[in-house]
Write a protein that binds this ligand. Structure first.
Ligand code: PEP
Ligand code: MG
Length: 590
């Protein structure tokens, strides 16, 4: 039966495919398609994994028995019995066979797909005791996965050790001819999203998350339709359901009827046509009708994204979110050499165009690892995040500064500092930068000059622009956080997403003042938050005097089209009216 789920639109476009439900804890399980001649081998891998766990349980049962009736803990005995019974249930292997044979999923993916199907059956059980067995099912799946992983690695650690070890998160990119797949999850962390970046999914749906949560930002950078904040989507959608994601409206249609499907296939083609028309603008300079040149820059997460930036005709990288190099590594930080090589790859990838490397912005909804401690703080967005995190560990920060300066020897580099609010933070940052410069100089290592900029993303910073402009070469407005902190709305919380308003008069005032003050002092101001890539905001920002926009590469051509159609001088009076209005959105048609 067809039904729809409403969430928040992240990326424009339509995706049509089958649902792949992935539990949040299992997104790092490998997902790839196998060749038909590998089918039996994959099924046997699961069988062997299951048999290894069965053997281990039987061994444990014997040692428990040997303790005698007084010593043997009854809970452990019962647990082992339940696990054994679940493992011997033929539904597991039966389901795995289906996913491997019919869909050509690899063994781990087939096993976790079957887990999702069976977990749903447990959820629907009336009997509370039986319902609670879902946790046992999850545990044994975990153990079978580990047994399979150990077989691959030739290891033999106990399968009844603490859980938490998953198979590698590789994805197969050679899957274009297979059925399109849409990932449905309760929650995905930004680092989870990263592993799907080159992946097999044509769309994403998550229950939680706001429009400018970092998960949404990474989905946008992948340029595939996504809906976040879809509340109970992961409960309502079943493994393998047909799904339509309408990324324009933020709607998910489950099990569409043939008529609805045909309509969306038509919309999908229309959207693709419009995009292919935009490609013609790639080499057209971004200049307004009245001759104002505008810099359209790219936001990237990994050095390899530089290629997409160049393809989109970006004038440089306006924001390299360096924190993505720090994520999903079980807390092991990248050393100077690794960072230097990564920054250098980005710089060389841009062929002489400037690359703005933002110093690490870990924290809040960008934890280093999905299970990390950061989430445990009461107010992580107000906690030890970004520059605060860097300054809390000066040696670590110095490592990054040295790596950035060394990369600057290979092409134009600008450095950008996130979340500054205090003069003391500015002073400490600049003094550490000086120290890094001096150290490299003493060591005789090549380094390049870097312009140093500050992000304006806390109202306090926007209210002390004169100070900021005294210390920095340029400013970049992080509207995602500026909105969050001005309006006191968690950008990652879908329950307050309706209050997250880029057109709130207070937000516009801070943005406009920053642009005006920068221009007055002859210093560049750019916007690198999601507002810069929103075509609905381009004219207003141009009218307020903005001449530098940084966004996901996929948005550059659509924004360029707006720039080419705009007359900056004529728009300015209207932009001032919008700014002075108590209800700016009412004037936005103008
Ligand atoms: C912003 O806050 O607008 C920004 C660009 O930084 P991030 O989204 O990474 O917090
Ligand atoms: Mg920010």
């Amino acid at each position: 039966m067809t039904f729809s789920i409403h969430g928040l639109a992240v990326t424009r476009g339509i995706a049509i495919g089958r649902a792949v439900l992935v539990a949040s804890s299992r997104v790092d399980v490998a997902h790839y398609f196998i060749e038909p001649d590998q089918v039996e081998g994959e099924i046997n891998r699961v069988r062997r994994g299951r048999n290894a766990v069965i053997k281990e349980i039987q061994r444990l049962q014997q040692s428990v028995e040997a303790l005698g009736p007084k010593e043997a803990p009854p809970e452990l005995k019962a647990l082992l019995d339940v696990h054994l019974m679940l493992l011997q249930d033929e539904e597991i292997i039966g389901g795995v066979k289906h996913w491997v044979r019919e869909r050509l999923y690899n063994a781990e993916w087939a096993l976790t797909s079957q887990l999702e199907v069976m977990a749903r059956q447990f959820d629907e059980m009336e009997d509370e005791y039986l319902r609670e067995r879902k946790a046992d099912l999850e545990q044994i799946t975990e153990k079978v996965l580990r047994a399979m992983q150990e077989e691959m690695q030739g290891g033999s650690a106990s399968l009844y050790m603490p859980a938490g070890v998953h198979a590698a998160g590789s994805v197969d990119t050679d899957a274009a001819d297979k059925t399109a797949l849409v990932l449905v999850a309760h929650e995905l962390s930004p680092s989870d999203m990263l592993q799907f970046k080159q992946g097999i999914f044509t769309g994403f749906i998550t229950d939680v998350g706001g429009k400018t949560s970092h998960t949404a930002i990474v989905a946008r950078s992948m340029d595939i339709p996504a809906v976040v904040g879809a509340r109970s989507a992961s409960q309502l959608v079943r493994q393998d359901d047909w799904i339509i994601i309408d990324g324009n409206a933020g709607v998910v249609i489950v099990d569409p009827s043939p008529i609805i499907l045909a309509e969306y296939q038509y919309k999908q083609r229309e959207h693709e046509l419009a995009r292919s028309r935009l490609v013609r603008l790639r080499d057209t300079p971004a200049i307004t009708l009245d001759g104002e040149p505008v810099d359209l820059l790219a936001n990237i997460e990994m050095p390899e994204d530089a290629a997409a930036a160049v393809r989109a005709g970006a004038a440089g990288v306006g924001l390299f979110r360096s924190e993505f190099l720090f994520m999903g590594r079980q807390g092991r930080l990248p050393d100077e050499e690794e960072q230097y090589q990564a920054y250098r790859r980005a710089v060389e990838g841009m062929n002489g165009l400037p690359v703005t490397i933002r110093t690490v912005d870990i924290g809040a909804d960008k934890p280093m690892d999905s299970s990390a401690q950061e989430g445990k703080h009461l107010n992580p967005a107000l906690g030890l995040r970004a520059i605060r995190w860097s300054l809390a560990d000066p040696a670590m920060f110095l490592t990054q500064l040295r790596a950035i300066l060394r990369a600057a020897a290979h092409g134009p580099v600008k450095m950008l500092v996130p979340m500054l609010a205090h003069l003391s933070e500015i002073r400490q940052t600049l003094s550490l930068l000086e120290q890094a410069r001096a150290e490299l100089h003493r060591e005789g290592r090549p380094q390049g000059a870097v312009l140093v900029g500050a992000m304006i993303e806390i109202p306090a910073a926007a209210l002390m622009l004169k100070t900021f402009l005294r210390y920095f070469d340029y400013l970049s407005i992080g509207t995602n956080d500026l909105i969050q902190y001005t309006l006191a709305i968690d950008r990652a919380d879908e329950s307050v997403a309706h209050l997250y308003d880029p057109l709130h008069p207070a937000v516009l005032r801070l943005v406009a003042d920053t642009i005006a003050e920068g221009r007055a002092q002859g210093k560049e101001v750019s916007v690198c938050g999601e507002m810069a890539g929103d075509v609905g905001m381009t004219r207003l920002l141009l009218g307020l005097g903005l001449r530098s926009f940084s966004m996901h590469p996929a948005q550059i051509l659509a924004v360029k089209q707006e720039v080419l159609r705009a007359d900056a001088a004529k728009i300015a009076p209207w932009a001032r009216q919008v700014l002075d209005s108590e209800s700016p959105s009412a004037l936005m048609g103008g």
